[in-house]
Write a protein that binds this ligand. Sequence first.
Ligand code: ADP
Length: 300
Amino acid sequence: MPTIELKNCSKRYGKAGVLALDHFNQSFSPGIYGILGPNGAGKSTLFNILSGTLSMTEGSLIFDGQPVEKNWVQYKKHLGFMPQQQNLYPDMTPASFLQYMAVLKAVPGHSIKDELERVLHLTQLESKRYHKIQSLSGGMKQRLLISQALLGDPELLILDEPTAGLDPSQRVVIRNLLSDLSREKIVLISTHVVSDIELISREILLMKKGRCIVRGRLPEILQKYADISWEIITDEAGSQEAEDSYAVSRVQILADAGIRLRIVGSFDSPPQLQGQSFEPVEPTLEDVYLYLFQEDVRHA
Ligand code: ADP
C-alpha cells in the first residue's frame, strides 16, 4: 500500500518572503484527502513540492519509506499531477494531447494506445478524442487535464483545484469521477469550495498560513466544532443587523416571509438579535470553514 510522508517541510519564496509552507508534517495512505484553505494558505506550494516542480527550503519527502530526493525519476513514475494553471493547446485533440503527454511521462511505446483508451474511458471523453480542444466545454477540458494525470496509472494523484471555473453540474461530474478513482490510490485534492470534497474525502485538511490547522474525518471535525453554529428566525431588519454584528453563514428566505439566519462564532452565552436568542444547531463543514477563515473570507 503506497504512502507519502512530508517531514518538516517548509518553503520560503526568496530570502525575505513569507513561509508559504511552515514545517508541514503529514502522511497519507490510499484514499481521497480534501485540502481546504483560503487563497494564500499554501495549497499550491504544497502540491508543487509534492510534484517536484518546486524545491523546498527545508524538510524531506518520503514515498513508500524511501526519501524522494534521492530518486526523483522513480518517484515520478508513481505520480500524476494536475497543476492549477495549465495551458491546453487549442488546436490539438484530446488524442494527440494525451499521446504527447504519454511520451513525456515515459509510458512505454507499446502500451500508449491502451493507456489512452483507458484514461479516455475513465474520464468519459472517448467521443471527443478527435475534436479540437478549443471546441470542448470547461468541464471537458478539466477532465482532459485529469486524464493526463491518470496516464501510467499512478498511485499518487495530486489535483490542484480540479473544479476551478466550473458550474455546479460540471462539479458533480468531476466529483463522481474522482470518487471512482480513489480506490488504492492516494488522491490529494485542493480546493476552496467545501462542497467539492466534503462528501468524497476520507479525510479533510484545513490549511492556514502554510500549516495544517485541522485534519480529520468529517464527523470528527464537526464534533470538534459542535458549538459554533447558531440559528434564528428573523426579518429583513434583523438580517441587516446580524450582517453587521456576526459572521453569517447562511440566509434562508422562508415561505412565510421570515428569514432563517445561521451564524458562526464562539460565545460564552447564546448570541442575541433584537432581544431574541439564537438557538444552537449542528455545524456543517462550511460553518467550520467560515469560522476558521472569517477574516480571509470577509476580505476576499
Ligand atoms: P494557495 O494555493 O493556498 O492559494 P499558495 O501556495 O499559492 O497558496 O501561496 C502561499 C503563499 O506563498 C502566499 O502568501 C503567496 O503570496 C506566496 N507565494 C506563492 N507563490 C509565490 C511566488 N512564486 N513568489 C513569492 N511568493 C509566493
